[in-house]
Design a binder for this molecule. Structure first.
Ligand SMILES: Cc1cc2nc3c(=O)[nH]c(=O)nc-3n(C[C@H](O)[C@H](O)[C@H](O)COP(=O)(O)O)c2cc1C
Length: 474
């Protein structure tokens, strides 16, 4: 069964709906699991007054019983708290009191006719023949992303059972930028950061940037833009650790995982570019500095080596099987093979290679400006300043949280394709069997010393910290 998501609901309507089909039976799930991510989406310096009104909370209205999924479609309802102010302007019923309300001076009932450059306003109104841009802007608004975040939290819960951790952080706001903290591997064959410490630093920042100095400068940049009636975009990075080798496929274009992830991230409002691993930087480098040399570490044999300290799958048997197949928390099970760096961002040939996934997305500045750009009236063509409605100045920190949800949904879809099963127990059995196959492969592999030497990185070919040839970096 494929994973399918449908969302509905307008920005100022009664609420948002998400229906997620394909989640197996038996996944522990409560509203608190979802509310956590909804709250994270609403934080961040630079967001508009709306966030203070909303304080999203989900109601699970289908597909879950006594804290466990039923295998049926999961239906989620997120009420819009602002609805009470919009119940006439956004009423599903025909507005019999509209004329009276307009006479009362309710601006919400006035048709919007001055399209904002950079929003869906003009293209949408012309496409649908709408004489009131509100017919379009209500759904084009990123309020919809709350529904995607709610569904993504379910996907995250499923992946979390298997030790997969998805996090994001902001690398750029306007002109203030930091490099990716995870692409360059150190001498020990790992990025010089711990995912948990990275997450802590990220969540402590008002702009979700793990570098405190850059974080302050980003806040200042947003403040300055806001004072000028302007807006800012930026770049966020998504890091996924604990991913096994083998999700996605090289076999057909529509099964290649980087295409699916990039397509899904590009479908997030205001995202105008996506990179995987080195991304555009790879185009300027020779192959010897781009591709990730392969190393091999002998299998972990139970009883002779301590289990990895980093968290793995929650289920003890799955954790043990993953560890036997080379998982170490940072990397997923990959039969003992590893890379000395991660320019590929964890995907080769459309398939995960066991290294962490690293994706970046570029967000354009918010289109609703307090000092609006010139526009032309939809109905008369007369020149006017564009429409302005309460809006964010910068939403990159929030977009990063939505990006996590989008990646979670896409990865969960690939996970369900690979490990299948109607129930989480079926899936666990399939996962353990796969790990055992990978572990058996490791046991049959050539002697570690020989293959380690074969996997040494090419001389002078490090785009990251150069590992010592033949040395087990862990
Ligand atoms: C989390 C998030 C919050 C956003 N907030 C706003 C906003 O307050 N005002 C606005 O004009 N656009 C906002 N946007 C961007 C618009 O939704 C987006 O620009 C619009 O839908 C047009 O789509 P496009 O930019 O992909 O072409 C936000 C986007 C995201 C991801």
């Amino acid at each position: 069964m494929a994973l399918r998501l449908l969302t509905a609901g307008e920005s100022h309507g009664p609420g948002l709906v998400a229906v997620l089909e394909g989640v197996p039976h038996g996944l522990p799930l409560t509203a608190a699991d979802i509310d956590r991510d909804l709250a994270r989406r609403q934080r961040g310096y630079g967001r508009g007054g709306r966030m203070k009104i909303e304080q999203d909370r989900v109601r699970i209205v289908g597909g879950v019983r006594h804290g466990r999924t039923l295998g049926s479609p999961i239906a989620l309802w997120i009420p819009n708290r602002d609805w009470e102010n919009w119940s006439r302007a956004m009423a599903p019923e025909p507005p019999d009191d509209a004329a009276q309300a307009a006479a009362d001076g309710d601006w919400r009932l006035e048709p919007v006719t001055r399209p904002r450059p950079g929003h869906a306003d003009l293209a949408g109104a012309l496409k649908y023949g709408a004489r009131d841009i509100r017919d379009v802007l209500e759904r084009a608004s990123a309020r919809e992303t709350a529904a995607r975040v709610a569904a993504g939290a379910v996907a995250r819960k499923l992946l979390g059972l298997f030790g997969i951790r998805i996090q994001s952080y902001v690398l750029r706001i306007g002109e203030v930028a930091i490099p990716s903290p995870v692409l360059e591997y150190g001498e020990d064959g790992r990025p010089p950061v711990d995912p948990a410490a990275l997450e802590e630093a990220t969540e402590a920042s008002p702009v979700r940037c793990p570098d405190p100095v850059a974080s302050e400068r980003m806040v200042e940049a947003i403040r300055t833009a806001g004072q000028a009636g302007d807006t800012l975009g930026g770049v966020f990075e998504i890091l996924v650790t604990g991913v096994p080798v083998g999700l996605g496929s090289h076999a057909s274009g529509d099964r290649r995982l980087e295409g699916r992830l990039a397509g899904a991230l590009m479908a997030l409002n205001a995202i105008k570019g996506v990179e995987v691993g080195l991304g555009f930087a790879a185009a300027a480098l020779p192959g010897s500095r781009v591709h990730d040399p392969i190393g091999f570490r002998p299998p972990r044999r139970e009883g002779t080596e301590p289990a990895p300290a980093a968290p793995g799958p929650a289920h003890p048997a799955a954790r043990a099987a993953a560890a036997r197949a080379g998982a170490d928390g940072w990397r997923g099970p990959a039969a003992g093979f590893f890379r000395y760096r991660n320019g590929a961002g964890g995907i080769e040939g459309g398939i995960t290679n066991g290294e962490p996934l690293v994706l970046r997305a570029a967000m354009k500045p918010i289109a609703t400006l307090r000092r609006p750009l010139p526009s032309a009236d939809l109905l008369t063509g007369e020149p006017f300043a564009a429409h302005h409605e309460r809006s964010d100045i910068c939403a990159v920190p929030a977009a990063a949280v939505v990006g996590e949800a989008i990646v979670a949904l896409e990865l969960a879809a690939a996970w369900i394709e690979k490990f299948g099963g109607d129930s989480v127990d079926d899936m666990l059995r399939n996962y353990i069997a796969y790990c055992e196959r990978l572990a058996a492969w490791v046991h049959r592999a050539p002697a570690p010393e020989a293959s380690r030497a074969a996997g040494s990185p090419p001389a002078g070919g490090s785009q990251a910290g150069a590992p010592t040839p033949g040395r087990d970096p862990r």
